[in-house]
Design a protein around this ligand. Sequence first.
Ligand code: GLU
Length: 316
Amino acid sequence: MKFFLCILSVFFLCACGSSERSTFISIGTGSQTGVYYPVGGAIKKLVEDVEGNHLKVSAKASRGSVQNINDVMNGSITFGIAQSDRQFQAYNGSSNWEGKPQAELRFVFSLHPEVVTLIAADDSGIRTIADLKGKKVNLGSPGSGHRGNAIAILEAASIDVETEIDAESLTVGECASMIQDNRIDAYFYTVGHPNGSITEASTGRRKVRFIPITGMDKLIELSPFYATTRVPAELYPQAIQDGEVDSIGMLTTLVTRSDTPDEIVYTLVKAVFENLEMLKVQHPALQGLTPEGMLKGGNAPLHPGAEKYYREAGLL
Ligand code: GLU
């Protein structure tokens, strides 16, 4: 009994000791069917596995970029994963933040590329953006990053979102089953590839195909954050293939607030950059990451804790 109590007290002391040193932080990610969520989990693991590290990370599921930026700004999370276009709009006060620039938003690093992906049921007859007229199309939930991309693309294609399509605002986690159940004809998803949502949608009984997003030159010219890219359709062999699927895209970024302590940001950045090879194998979308590339995509000022590490590492 005495021995047992002794063991118990050692255990208790260790537990107290370690919790005294721990700093709890959180990262807002996305839907479990996307890429943000597993990437947030991979960052958590990397950071917590660094020996002697005191950061304890909670990677939280969320609606996506817009919710993550808003939650970072209202202090309910420490870091958020967000599309670089959404970071630009929040910092400069446009789109969801019209007239309300988020001046304290800070860039930490960028991650994988994202592609605005439009997927439609083959039997819906949709082959081009113009064919979306009159169809039931999911634009995304208000907290998502892709809802804004969907609306911008439809406007650029002169389609009235209010009157010319039957627009839905579902969370992306519901979309694969909704398209399979014949309850939507198509959905927009700005996301890295491969991802669970499109894998699920493309392996069901109802056949789906990718719809190219073209004719966006004017939109790209007006929006410094978009670039032309393509959907890697070959990653979904069961979707109907019709040659190259052109689209537009941007980078995924990690953001925080200016008052997040430098030491926390520095510790997280150092853990990620010094174990980058380990991070890259956690998800196929992360394969192409390079330290130099991860410093691009900052549309808000760089957080000083991140800057300190980049200077030390000779990246700045
Ligand atoms: N880009 C999407 C959004 O901001 C999330 C993509 C993902 O979860 O991988 O809503």
